[in-house]
Design a protein around this ligand. Structure first.
Ligand SMILES: *Cc1c(COP(=O)(O)O)cnc(C)c1O
Length: 369
């Protein structure tokens, strides 16, 4: 789905130099590369940045930092990568799933409103496929009910949210805490694992940093039970070399998406990705809805012609054994379940060439002729 080597080749000089510098410095854990990257990302986002081992740890640290009460319930969506909900259960908290919007694939505001209970303590919002959820409405509801908001921005680093007053901010900087992942295929990808936590609250940032470092406030003084989760220095150096290109990468993805959209507009069985008026879209995934029941045939046809495509996500989380004890709305989660049968993601990444994209487009068109 993604040619990660093509991105390396394009930036090889700066990445090689950055990695060699770390190797020669001997600072393999933390050190300058990590500090530099955290400072650069803080500058970009306008929020405190605490790097950690991966995007799942980032979510775990976010919850830990907010001191969840024992019987707390966290609301999230079932149409996401498992990590979003997994961390809630890992901490012994309850998961309450709400449904998603059929156009944006993000948390449905009405479903959220209907499912808040006495025990609800926090909301984990996912900005799926590179587009922010309807944050103004979600933040308003959270405020009314005094709930924390954690933004899972693993797929949305660099995506913008536009408030109704015309101001805008980056995904991950609106809630109490935001998180992201630098998994190689993410919009800002490392050459291994990595993640980060964002917050505008300085005290919370200190606490997250402490928890990510074994709960240590000073050397060999443990204030809380924490974890060991850090971004590798070599990964930090690579990410620092790539960060100045993130906006361009995201712009290139958006251009590729527009090109797909133009060519698929006349295929009535396909619904191209919806772009909400309140958000930019950075197309972590380009996800079509196949409306005529031929999704799996299309996937197989593309496969036969050497074109990868993926189903994100084939089965919503509430239907898995591991989440069988989670709460779902009385109405069920019909939108999540239906979308799981319709969605298909096509290759999209900054280095995808016009010829490669033409080949994909041509075969999608051929299939529906
Ligand atoms: C990738 C991803 C994560 C987890 O990130 P890792 O770095 O793989 O742990 C969490 N949430 C979402 C929505 C993701 O896409």
């Amino acid at each position: 789905m993604v040619d990660v080597v093509a991105q390396y080749k394009a930036l090889q000089q700066s990445i090689d130099a950055a990695v060699l510098e770390v190797m020669a410095s001997g600072q393999y854990i933390k050190g300058k590369a990590v500090k530099d990257f955290e400072a650069a990302l803080k500058d970009y986002l306008g929020a405190e940045v605490i790097t950690c081992g991966n995007g799942t740890d980032a979510l775990l640290l976010a919850l830990m930092a907010l001191n969840p009460p024992k019987d707390a319930e966290v609301i999230t969506v079932p149409f996401t990568f498992v990590a979003t909900a997994e961390v809630i259960k890992l901490l012994g908290l309850s998961v309450r799933f709400v449904d998603i919007d059929e156009r944006t694939f993000n948390m449905d505001v009405q479903s959220l409103r209907e499912n808040i209970t006495e025990r609800t303590w926090a909301i984990i919002v996912v900005h799926l496929f590179g587009q922010c959820a309807d944050m103004e409405a979600i933040l308003e509801i959270a405020k009314q009910h005094d709930l924390y908001v954690i933004e899972d921005a693993a797929q949305a680093l660099g995506a913008k949210y536009f408030f109704s007053d015309g101001s805008w901010v980056y995904a991950g900087t609106m809630g109490t805490i935001g998180t992201t992942s630098f998994y190689p295929s993410k919009n800002l990808g490392a050459m291994g694992d990595g993640g980060a936590v964002f917050t505008k609250d300085k005290n919370l940032a200190d606490k997250i940093r402490m928890l990510a470092n074994h709960g240590q406030n000073q050397r060999y003084s443990y204030e809380a039970i924490g974890v060991n989760s850090r971004l590798d220095s070599i990964q930090a150096a690579i990410l620092n070399a790539k960060l100045p290109h993130l906006d361009r990468f995201n712009e290139q993805r958006a251009q590729l998406a527009q090109r797909y959209n133009q060519h698929f507009a006349t295929i009535s069985a396909l619904q191209t990705p919806y772009k909400a008026p309140y958000a930019s879209h950075i197309y972590h995934q380009y996800t079509l809805k196949v409306l005529n029941g031929q999704r799996d045939e299309l996937k197989a046809y593309l496969q036969q012609h050497g074109i990868p495509s993926m189903i994100y996500y084939p089965k919503p989380l509430h239907l898995h054994k591991a989440f069988s004890d989670c709460t779902i709305p009385e109405k069920g989660l019909p939108v999540s379940e239906q979308l799981a049968t319709q969605v298909l993601s096509l290759p999209i990444y900054p280095e995808l060439t016009r010829e490669q994209q033409d080949y994909v487009i041509e075969h999608v068109q051929k299939f529906f002729q």
